[in-house]
Design a protein around this ligand. Structure first.
Ligand code: MLT
Length: 407
């Protein structure tokens, strides 16, 4: 008899964005011809920057000739891309990251989901609430939790993000070995200051803990005071891993390219106290279970770092930030308290009503898809998340319709 991993039975029936897609498909079936504006899942709508497209085409052309053809690539990714990342994403911010600390992959979702495999089942895991569901679900799949009651899995520590703490939980009173953080935050759009990140880094250093820092939305930071990487915080290289992605930065949600940074100084231990470089363990996993991102895609990603690429990416993000500003303004005008919308593509709106009911109401009455806050955890109840990834025209239309539906 083939027996299942019963941890899967502890999961909710379907993944948040799958459930949303199901409800939208039902709505479409029952209301054929009705226009729907999608501002739920953070999926980009604008084409790839021209510099990336050009490099992508060149990469494909190289595969057409025997002299420039490429088969399997280097296990960590092509050096031209890792060098550009080290220089322009890290050294430029004073963070001492070397190309060898960087692992190119097909997504921050996969990397944040997979990395927990490297750690013992018994570790204490702290996860924010509200949160990107991947962090919770992958720990459930791995058997680090009991069952869930009222959206809380037994065995997990929840770091509550509330209006009171500005959706930036602090390490005070926390006992954890593995800590997930995401800033600019998905779903709340909140950002963390240097002092707030330093508190977590100090906690991790004092407790031999590890921080998994998801920086997928870093490109949306416009305030120079906000840290762009956790490695701007002294000592973070000993206790943190950072995940980044080209999905939201350069429109790669369908193209797939991301990277994970594990500095050489980041150490972990076995049950006898023997020390290991985390980077070596991840390299072992990566080279066993992953065969790399295709050459043309890595070439396209590297074009982000060219002068034209930098300008085009900035224009692209500015476009979505303008949408975010409109959403923030309209929802505030409609009388709702909001977080995010500046330095972030997400606007976290307090409706004070049941999240899924509000989702259904907005879908049915406004023909707009948002994300119900409770889908991100218990603390998200009473909120909805609106994503700025759409055309300006659609955003303007959607905001008028949502404001009318929620009156
Ligand atoms: C989101 O909407 O939360 C993200 O687009 C999901 C993801 O990046 O996987």
């Amino acid at each position: 008899m083939i027996q299942i991993n019963e941890n899967y039975t502890k999961l909710q029936a379907s993944y948040l964005f799958v459930e949303i897609a199901r409800r939208v498909a039902d709505f479409q079936k029952n209301n054929p011809g009705k226009e729907i504006i999608k501002m739920g899942i953070g999926d980009v709508t604008k084409p790839l920057p021209e510099a990336c497209l050009k490099a992508f085409h060149e990469g494909v052309d190289e595969l057409a000739s025997e002299t420039t053809f490429k088969g399997y690539g280097p296990e960590r990714g092509y050096e031209f891309l890792r060098k550009a990342i080290a220089e322009q994403d890290y050294k430029s911010r004073g963070a001492d990251i070397s190309p060898d600390d960087i692992f190119i992959s097909d997504g921050a979702k996969c990397d944040t989901g997979n990395i927990q495999e490297l750690f013992a089942k018994e570790i204490r895991v702290a996860i924010p609430d509200p949160v990107y569901p991947v962090y919770v679900d992958t720990n459930v799949m791995a058997g680090r939790t009991g069952t869930a009651t009222d959206q809380r899995y037994e065995g997990l520590t929840y770091l509550e993000g509330t209006e009171e703490n500005g959706f930036v939980p602090s390490p005070e009173g926390v006992e954890a070995d593995l800590i997930y953080l995401c800033f600019p935050n998905n779903p709340t759009g909140a950002t963390a200051t240097k002092e707030q990140l330093k508190a977590w880094v100090d906690y991790a250093r004092a407790n031999k803990a590890l921080i998994l820092f998801d920086a997928a939305y870093v490109a949306f930071i416009r305030n120079p005071e906000i840290p762009h990487t956790i490695f701007e915080i002294p000592g973070a290289e000993e206790v943190a891993v950072e995940f980044r992605s080209y999905s939201k930065t350069a429109g790669f949600t369908g193209t797939r390219c991301a990277y994970t940074v594990i500095p050489s100084a980041c150490k972990v231990w076995d049950s006898t106290g023997k020390e290991y470089a985390l980077k070596d363990l991840w390299n072992r996993r990566h080279s066993t279970k992953f065969n790399g991102v295709s050459y043309p895609v890595q070439k396209a990603a590297a074009a982000v770092y060219s002068p034209e690429g930098q300008k085009q990416v900035r224009d692209l993000i500015d476009y979505y930030l303008k949408n975010a500003a409109i959403i923030l303004e309209k929802m505030t005008e409609a009388g709702f308290s909001c977080t995010g919308g500046t330095n972030s593509p997400y606007i976290w709106v307090k409706t004070g009503t049941d999240s899924w009911e509000t989702f259904d109401r907005i879908l049915n009455e406004a023909g707009v898809v948002v994300t119900p806050g409770s889908g991100f955890g218990r603390c998200g109840e009473g909120f909805i998340r609106i994503s700025a990834f759409n055309s300006l025209e659609n955003v303007q239309k959607a905001m008028d319709r949502i404001a009318a539906a929620l009156k």
